[in-house]
Design a protein around this ligand. Structure first.
Ligand code: GRF
Length: 207
């Protein structure tokens, strides 16, 4: 009999509807999945994602950035404390709309991942679907990556592609990408939580 290693305790940071968080919570219900979604933190009170997390029986917390008078590190120290109290091993950013300081990112280096709705390094920042349509690309997609201090610049763990179709607008393209995000992110988290993908020397090491 092999004894499975303990599952990594994951804290998901959200700011809104939380559809990626739900896809992770669903994936984590499978036997043998190497992570459990132990906590969901939102920086905005009463967002739909918090309610959805509770429906899964996941502990939730709100750390409202507006309570910290633009002191980003104080806000992050508060988040860090909630993560510590809940014995969180890995952070998953899922639609978390605050830029994190180098202090926080360095503290969680190699233990924090994000999903970005483009094929990085293309289309960093916001409005990625608009950027893709304006650039006239025929393929678009999403990237799961380790978080580094520079925004959307972390080494990619996994990517998924979708076609850009004639007549697409931001909404149709976003929807097509989101379907892929919901498959990609649980797969990427499994890679990281199992240790099959690690951040070493600024690159993803596999195996
Ligand atoms: C997703 O498109 C994600 O890639 C981006 O923000 C969106 C969050 O959606 N970072 P949800 O809150 O997971 O539904």
């Amino acid at each position: 009999m092999t004894i499975a290693p303990p599952r990594k305790r994951v804290g998901v940071l959200i700011s809104g509807r939380g559809s990626n968080m739900v896809s992770l919570a669903e994936a984590a219900q499978a036997q043998g999945y190497p992570a459990e979604i132990a906590l969901v933190i939102s920086n905005i009170p009463d967002v739909a994602g918090l309610e959805r997390a509770r429906e899964f029986g996941i502990a939730t917390a709100t750390v409202d950035h507006r309570a910290f008078n633009r002191d980003r590190e104080a806000f992050e120290r508060a988040i860090d404390e909630v993560l510590r109290v809940n014995q969180i091993d890995l952070i998953v950013l899922a639609g978390f709309m605050r830029i994190l300081t180098p202090w926080f990112v360095t503290r969680w280096e190699g233990r924090m991942i994000n999903i970005h709705p483009s094929l990085l390094p293309l289309f960093k920042g916001t409005h990625t679907h608009r950027q893709a349509l304006e650039a006239g690309v025929s393929e678009h997609g999403c990237s799961a990556h380790f978080v580094v201090p520079e925004l959307d610049a972390g080494p990619v763990i996994l990517q998924a592609k979708v076609p850009v179709l004639p007549g697409d607008d931001e909404e149709t393209l976003a929807q097509r990408v989101l379907v892929e995000e919901h498959k990609l992110y649980p797969a990427a988290l499994a890679e990281v939580a199992s240790g099959r993908a690690r951040l070493e020397g600024g690159a993803v090491i596999r195996g």
